[in-house]
Design a protein around this ligand. Sequence first.
Ligand SMILES: [Ca+2]
Ligand SMILES: [Ca+2]
Ligand SMILES: [Ca+2]
Ligand SMILES: [Ca+2]
Length: 245
Amino acid sequence: MSGNAQFSSGFVQSQELQQHWTRLVYRAGNTAQGSCGGAFGGDDLLDFTAPVDGFYVLSTAAADVDTVLYVRDAGCNGTELACNDDLGFDDDDSALVVPLVADQSVIVAVDANGAGGEYSLTLDVVPCQDEVLASLVPQSEDGSTIGAANVRAGSCGGIAAPEIAYGFTAPSAGTYTFDTFGSSFDTVLYVRDGTACEGPELACNDDEGGLQSQVQVDLGADQIVTIVIDGYSTNFGDYTLGIDD
Ligand SMILES: [Ca+2]
Ligand SMILES: [Ca+2]
Ligand SMILES: [Ca+2]
Ligand SMILES: [Ca+2]
């Protein structure tokens, strides 16, 4: 465990919660492996405690190392939360997204298939809600998913497209309608219960009438939901989110 290093939470909380690490793994021992690889390669195990709730986006870049990246719950035999070997058929770097809650401790492992070597590790955090809307109806909100992160998906789509998530509190009990009518692209819309990054999905819709989306959900007074405007396939663009009761 000589390669073990401590992420400083205070350091991570600086600026935009973004970190870039460059480390040497070629002297690290082979102490761990992930479900997707790393059985025979030296590994670098990093303790990390999440400073805030969010989606943690981790990626490696290495010129001469076929990296394997995984995240486990803290402890020697912690449950694996995510594992990635290769970004693509011809790209042996690794990347993954794992939702964590504030103060959750995990081990970030950079492992290797074959020989170790120098790598850089990048850590970014995407909040569970990008913005919080006013608790009123009707309202509409204009925005864009251009350049947004792709860390979420609904049961009806959105795996490969960037998205924006809003927090919304129902001002009174009733049936609420959310839509993306007037948006410039093929949207996917879903609503999750609560403020957690991956709360239970209440509704998901791809197309309603045209390529835009509409869902209806019954909410109690002061119930908080997370509304996500995502895209079909890899689509992105300007949107209008409508909320009515
Ligand atoms: Ca290993
Ligand atoms: Ca790899
Ligand atoms: Ca998405
Ligand atoms: Ca659609």
